[in-house]
Design a protein around this ligand. Sequence first.
Ligand code: F6R
Length: 261
Amino acid sequence: MEVIIRTNADAAAELVARIIAAELRANPHLVLGLATGRTMEAVYRILVRMHREETLDFSLCSTFNLDEYVGLLPDDAHSYRHYMSEHLFKHLNIEARNTHLPNGMASDLDAECRNYEHSIAKFGGIDLQLLGIGRAGHIGFNEPLSALRSRTRAKALSPMTLSQNASLFGGPEKVPRRAITMGVGTILECRRCVLLATGAEKADIIAKAVEGPITSMISATALQWHLRCTVVVDEEAARQLRGAEYYRWIFANEPEWAEFR
Ligand code: F6R
């Protein structure tokens, strides 16, 4: 795992967008794993700008989102399909048929989850998975005690997640109780992971995810196992990292990061 600390949230999002752009330019057929949530909005704004101003081309790219609520129609304003379309897809030259999210309206959710895994495999696996982190440490909707080898499945959302997303739905009782999510095991198979966390409210969980022991109570700790995981944070989210100075030294000295400094 590597940790990169940027001065503020905009600079952190900019770095993540540049990592994605570099991967896409190197491989136009990139299979990109996407996340939703407030943190990602800045990344998607920058990718849209890069598409418009720097001709970043998504025409051959395919995407797989981490998760979708159970019981919401794709055009429901709260669905993640709608979020992705509004924040990213409709602004890019990406083929709609190459954008994938689990279908939370499927009559057979288990079959839908199996099919989602098959589709990822059919596309050759995910090259780069973008991740956020919930305040209880979930990646995707892998809530506390998610098995570290779990695959795509429907999961009940934790009270913490319901309260975290309540304002978006106009109250915790309106947040769907379940979601389909890629599993921790699915995420660990992605060839590269980039996790973005910004703001003081993420400082505690980032310290636990990066420096704490691996535990299924905090699914993000499983990323310590990943062979190529980059965690990008702003100063506020980095505040409780004991090794911050060491991480800065690595970033300043690893040749891989020269073009991003
Ligand atoms: C959503 C997802 C979640 C979010 C996390 C952080 O697709 O995968 O794990 O990334 O809940 O959400 P925000 O950015 O709103 O704090």
